[in-house]
Design a protein around this ligand. Structure first.
Ligand code: GTP
Length: 246
């Protein structure tokens, strides 16, 4: 049997990924579909942690753009990620996947606090760990959370789930002639202003040699394909190891 290419991964889910066709809030059908995809890889022994965003409920940057204090708006965003984490945890448990949620801001009645070594232990026991409440600090995105947690738990790759099937030179939803990158370096991504992730997240990944694979979450089975090394989406990190085949 073919073995997974990556055995410890961080899956970054934007809040919008949970909203489905609603465009906001949480669509239980979509969350269940994601849970089924996660189950497919965990069943193969892959250690998986999830970082969830909160943009389907509240975007801190948007709030501050309208005059709200940025830190307050960001804390509200962190609370939004906890709601998403609980929805995903519930769906995963329903599908028989053992799950632990850890929050970067303590709220012990709801979830465990973030403890790096404990998170690793959970994953070693086959549990999916969901990291919620971002880094616990305002001004940091959930992309940066994914990079930070991936570095801490020594994940081999960040799987960046999107609604498009990779990184394009311009927005493919607006420009039909947009060209998709098979592979990209972080420097190129930053220099071209491709908007895949913010510069803080990108430099954390670059400094810690953590590749990122951008792929389309809406195609069922894609998480498994990426984890098993199938070349879908866009591989970012070309400066580390060429094709990402190591
Ligand atoms: P092991 O030590 O490997 O057995 O892990 P475990 O998570 O099963 O054991 P533990 O006794 O630490 O936790 C039992 C249950 O309580 C799990 O569902 C945990 O997620 C939950 N739990 C543990 N700590 C906290 C906490 O601080 N807050 C909340 N809300 N739940 C917690």
């Amino acid at each position: 049997m073919v073995a997974p290419k990556y055995w410890r991964v961080v899956l970054k889910l934007s809040g919008e990924a949970l909203a489905g066709s609603f465009g906001y809030g949480i669509d239980p059908d979509v969350v269940n579909a994601i849970a089924r995809q996660i189950k497919e890889v965990v069943e193969h022994g892959v250690q998986l942690a999830v970082v969830v965003g909160g943009g389907n409920i509240w975007r801190g940057v948007a709030g501050s753009a309208k005059g709200m204090d940025r830190a307050t708006a960001d804390y509200m965003g962190m609370l939004a990620t906890v709601m998403n984490a609980l929805a995903l945890q519930d769906a995963l448990q329903t599908h028989g996947v053992d799950t632990r949620t850890q929050t970067a801001i303590e709220m012990k009645e709801i979830a465990e606090p973030y403890i790096m070594r404990r998170a690793i232990r959970h994953m070693e026991k086959g549990r999916v760990v969901i990291f919620a409440a971002g880094t616990g600090n305002p001004y940091f995105s959930t992309d940066t959370t994914a990079a930070l947690r991936a570095a801490e738990i020594e994940a081999q790759v960040i799987l960046m789930a999107k609604r498009v099937d990779g990184v394009y030179d311009c927005d493919p939803l607006i420009h039909p002639g947009a060209i998709k990158f098979e592979e990209l370096s972080f420097i190129e991504m930053i220099n071209r202003g491709l908007g895949v992730m913010d510069a803080t997240a990108a430099s954390l990944c670059m400094d810690n040699k953590i590749p990122v694979i951008v792929f389309d979450l809406n195609q069922h089975g894609n998480i498994k394909k990426v984890v098993f090394g199938e070349k879908i989406g866009t591989y970012i990190g070309g400066e580390f190891d060429g094709q990402g085949d190591s």
